[in-house]
Write a protein that binds this ligand. Structure first.
Ligand SMILES: *Cc1c(COP(=O)(O)O)cnc(C)c1O
Length: 481
């Protein structure tokens, strides 16, 4: 007892100076984030030489460790938490979500079982229900808080694999895939995380069939019907559709495609990494019509909800298949039949209590705040895309249906498409180097293009004007005033 109380007296004061230092440094970082270049300013060699110390033999005081860390990482960050970042699909972090995330570390809970952290279990129960309400998913769906859509795909597709094979009398959890009827995946244009989930699950990339897209970049019912009926018909089938395609933000025609897929006995999985949040806005929820009839859905908290990394969610309409694919038992685990044990739904064993930051973000914004965030980001994406399209040298390729647009830069005196591709990459490099804003390129219909994605709660009118001016400046060498 004596030893314990001594320990207690010593531990508490030990944290205070450290957390006070962290608070100061955190506020400094956030204060400066708007005044510094969006791109990182430290080179690879600099970061390696500053951080690559010989591991010390003796202890170092915690504050010293953190002061060194702050100094040595300086310039090694992408200011994606700020409002002038439009690359990939990243999103920032809301104050309450950052605060809850800090507390999550302080509380240091292993959110595996109700018994290992009652509050973490209940908060996931509550936030899971809120998410289903907001995203207009069946309230009876099971769910898991995972680290992103990558693992959410793996979780949902494991449930799909379990269900489709058990319908054919095959227990894939016990028997594995070898010798089973197998699985095939039919998918519209998809994010690479689908392929990786399919690899992890042993389905194999070679068993993913591409659905041809029409002029609006969407899969048609005819194409799906044909794929469902082709030579491999009869093989257990997972159909994967997009709620927010990664380049265009486009939505598949759920009302037509989901009933069609299901009439062939397929499991329908929806990738809504950012697009599922359209459900929270009455202006955009029509894009998701019929989507609630799928079998599983994924979305992220670390993108549009502006929760700090990492945070993703998996939802499964057939909870029994989800649980059968994930649940484990071990002699030392204790279960409470009344409460939620996350280990029944999650692919991880020990895990961070991710529910706290999601819960905090949802309450900070509220239903109206989330709708407003979605509407604002979509409005700014339109404004940014249209503003860029007005500049000389900019070709508009995709006007946002949601929060994403695509443009390309055309060289005034170049003849070939390859020249325009090279020019597009050059202009993107100039924009990044200039530092006021940050975009990235992608390949679309065989050409280099610049992607515009707006997901950050801090993006405002001024961020958009600054970004347009920055791009205009980078076109000056070829286009003049
Ligand atoms: C970001 C993204 C993913 C991958 O999600 P992570 O959270 O990075 O694992 C999957 N699909 C789409 C459409 C995405 O935008």
């Amino acid at each position: 007892m004596a030893a314990q109380s001594t320990l207690k007296c010593m531990t508490h004061p030990a944290y205070r100076p450290t957390l006070e230092l962290v608070l100061r440094e955190a506020l400094d970082y956030l204060d400066q984030v708007d005044d510094r270049p969006v791109r990182p300013t430290a080179s690879l060699a600099e970061l390696r030489s500053r951080l690559g110390k010989v591991l010390n033999d003796e202890s170092i005081a915690a504050n010293q460790v953190l002061e060194d860390l702050v100094r040595d990482t300086r310039g090694g960050f992408l200011a994606s938490t700020g409002g002038r970042f439009f690359a990939w699909a990243i999103g920032g972090s809301l104050p309450a979500a950052v605060g809850a995330d800090w507390l999550t570390s302080v509380w240091d809970q292993n959110a595996t079982l109700y018994r290992s952290s009652p509050a973490a279990s209940v908060i996931e129960e509550v936030a899971g229900l809120w998410l289903k309400e907001l995203l207009r998913l069946p309230l009876s769906a099971s769910f898991a808080f995972v680290n992103g859509c990558q693992m959410a795909h793996a979780t949902c597709l494991a449930a799909a694999r379990n269900e489709l094979l058990s319908q054919r009398g095959w227990d894939v959890e016990k028997q594995g895939l070898a010798g089973s009827p197998g699985c095939r995946v039919i998918a519209s244009n998809r994010h690479g995380s689908i392929e990786r989930a399919v690899r992890l699950l042993g389905i194999g990339e070679g068993n993913v069939i591409d659905l041809p897209l029409d002029a609006t970049e969407l899969a048609t019912a005819e194409a799906l019907e044909q794929a469902l009926r082709d030579t491999t018909a009869g093989v257990p089938t997972i159909v994967i559709l997009q709620a927010g395609e990664f380049n265009t933000g486009g939505f598949d025609r759920f009302e037509e495609l989901i009933p069609l897929a299901k009439s062939h006995g397929a499991w329908v999985h929806i990738d809504g990494a950012f697009g599922l949040w359209a459900a929270a806005s009455s202006k955009f929820d029509h894009l998701l019509r019929g989507c609630d009839r799928a079998d599983s859905w994924v979305t992220d908290g670390h993108k549009w909800l502006n929760v700090p990394f990492d945070s993703g969610y998996a939802f499964v309409a057939r909870g029994a298949a989800h649980r059968a694919a994930m649940s484990v038992r071990a002699s030392y685990l204790v279960h409470d039949p009344e409460a939620r044990d996350q280990i029944n739904w999650n692919p991880e064993w020990s895990r961070r209590a991710r529910g706290f930051s999601t819960y905090a973000a949802l309450r900070e914004l509220g239903r109206n705040g989330i709708a407003d965030l979605v509407n604002r980001c979509c409005g700014f994406a339109q404004m940014l895309t249209d503003g860029l399209a007005e500049l000389r040298g900019v070709e508009l390729l995709w006007r946002p249906v949601l929060n994403q647009g695509l443009v390309r830069f055309r060289h005034p005196s170049a003849g070939t498409e390859d020249d325009h591709d090279a020019y597009t990459d050059t202009v993107i490099q100039r924009i990044v180097a200039e530092g006021c804003t940050f975009f990235m390129g992608t390949k679309w219909h065989g050409h280099r293009v610049m992607r515009i994605s707006v997901l950050n709660w801090q993006t405002d009118r001024q961020s958009i004007d600054t970004a347009i001016r920055a791009v205009a400046k980078c076109l000056l060498p070829e286009y003049g005033r």
